[in-house]
Design a protein around this ligand. Structure first.
Ligand code: IFM
Length: 441
């Protein structure tokens, strides 16, 4: 076996990603709190509760952990419902709180990447129709301006909207997110409004901060035909990928939303990205099936033989992240892996998943795909939306009763990778021997 090592480009950003509602705790003024407390919506009746208690100050020790283990960046989000608790009111204390967290990152030499919308909406916005009407656009723009004015001395790397496709699939196509509707047409209208909101945010940020780098984070699902050489499976995989992966990103490239069932001109969105964030987790096989009209005649299943995560949520298919980055080249902008990770409470799979996916990111970098950083999801176990606390994505585990953090073995591996800016044979041999064959054959 080849006892060598692989290295990433100089200046590569190594971090972890979190989101406000998932780690802060005590967010009671947004749609997710309402959803959690409605009953029957979250696995095992879980609620976000105090989450990882970042709002109570635990962010300090978690960011210490990130910095002490060699990370040089962190992706976090700000909570709209805290900063703007009512349409006519800003909470300056909340903004000051975020300023402290972000100054805390800079003190720890962590480059901040800040997400402005990560699934949660203030309740007052929901009462006005949320993202279903374009009345949201000026509200989102005003919120973005307020945040950027407050944080512009510290942050230049902005994510406008996290995973618009997941927000829409989750909330409007039966995916277990609020508002729990099943209305594809309305979902596509939400997509149009999110494109408009993103475009307005992009311009507002650049007007305040010309040097800013602004993009959005896409959830890329690797959709492959179930039977190679059988064209109907390939067509269905392409169709699903076109709607799920391409629609939002394509509209930002061309100014035209083409979601097959809906084609709308959104000219203001054209060219509004300085980079693209790719959140990649898993792969599905797609099989042509006339009995699956709800799935656009493409039934999805997990690839046989792929290692599955603890609750079956993620199939480990490392080539999928390479295919995602390959696909993303068409946008001709720098790329970040803005999320990647696996739910694994006893850490039996994470080390292998981590190195095998990173090897594919390295492969993409070697083809000169413009990948500038990698953010592992997540720093510490946090509230996993409709799956509650049943899935554990953290490098550190969380004991919800005591708020204690439990260092998983993967931390040692990720620490070594961040320090080395690469992966060595010895690291894999020590922490993920199951991946040796594949990486250093
Ligand atoms: O926890 C989520 C995150 O909020 C968005 N991307 C996927 C993660 C894992 O499910």
């Amino acid at each position: 076996m080849n006892k060598t090592s692989i290295h990433f480009p100089a200046g590569f950003l190594w971090g972890t990603a979190t989101a406000s509602h998932q780690v802060e705790g005590g967010n009671t003024n947004n749609n997710w709190y309402q959803w959690e407390t409605m009953g029957g919506k979250i696995k095992e009746g879980h609620t976000s509760g105090i989450a990882c208690n970042w709002w109570g100050g635990k962010w300090k020790e978690d960011l210490d952990r990130a910095a002490e283990t060699g990370q040089n960046s962190h992706r976090m989000s700000v909570e709209w419902s805290r900063i703007q608790p009512a349409p006519d009111r800003w909470d300056e204390d909340a903004l000051e709180h975020y300023r402290q967290i972000i100054r805390g990152m800079l003190d720890r030499k962590l480059v901040p990447m800040v997400t402005l919308h990560h699934f949660t909406d203030p309740l007052w916005l929901v009462e006005m129709g949320g993202w279903e009407t374009d009345a949201v656009v000026p509200y989102f723009e005003a919120f973005v301006k307020k945040v950027v004015e407050a944080l512009k001395d510290y942050v230049t790397l902005w994510v406008t909207i996290n995973e618009p496709n997941v927000y829409i699939w989750g909330g409007y196509m039966g995916g277990g997110f609020p508002p729990g509707k099943n209305d594809m047409n309305l979902g596509l209208q939400v997509m149009v409004n999110m494109l408009k909101g993103h475009a307005a945010a992009y311009r507002a940020i650049h007007a305040i901060q010309p040097e800013a780098r602004v993009g959005f984070a896409l959830n890329y699902r690797d959709l492959q035909p179930a039977r190679t050489g059988f064209p109907p499976d390939q067509w269905m995989a392409n169709l699903q990928s076109k709607i799920y992966n391409n629609s939002f990103a394509g509209a930002i490239k061309t100014g035209k939303l083409d979601a097959v069932l809906k084609k709308v001109a959104v000219p203001e969105a054209k060219g509004t990205q300085d980079y693209l964030g790719i959140n990649y987790y898993t792969c599905d096989l797609v099989k042509f099936d006339l009995t699956a009209p709800g799935d656009l005649f493409g039934r999805r299943s997990t690839p046989p033989g792929a290692e599955m995560s603890e609750t079956g949520f993620i199939a480990s298919v490392p080539e999928g992240i390479f295919r995602a980055l390959h696909w993303a080249r068409q946008f001709d902008v720098p790329l970040f892996v803005s999320e990647n990770g696996v739910e694994d409470s006893d850490d039996h799979l994470r080390p292998k998943y981590l190195v095998e996916h990173l090897e594919q990111v390295w492969r993409a970098a070697n083809y000169n795909y413009r990948v500038e950083g990698y953010y592992h999801w997540s720093l510490v176990d946090n509230f996993e939306w409709e799956r509650g606390w049943t899935q554990r994505f953290g490098l550190w585990g969380l004991d919800l009763n005591t708020q204690a953090r439990i260092r998983r073995p993967s931390v040692n591996l990720y620490e070594a990778i961040c320090h080395e800016n690469g992966i060595t044979y010895e690291m894999v041999e020590r922490w993920a021997p199951g991946a040796l064959e594949r990486i250093f054959k």
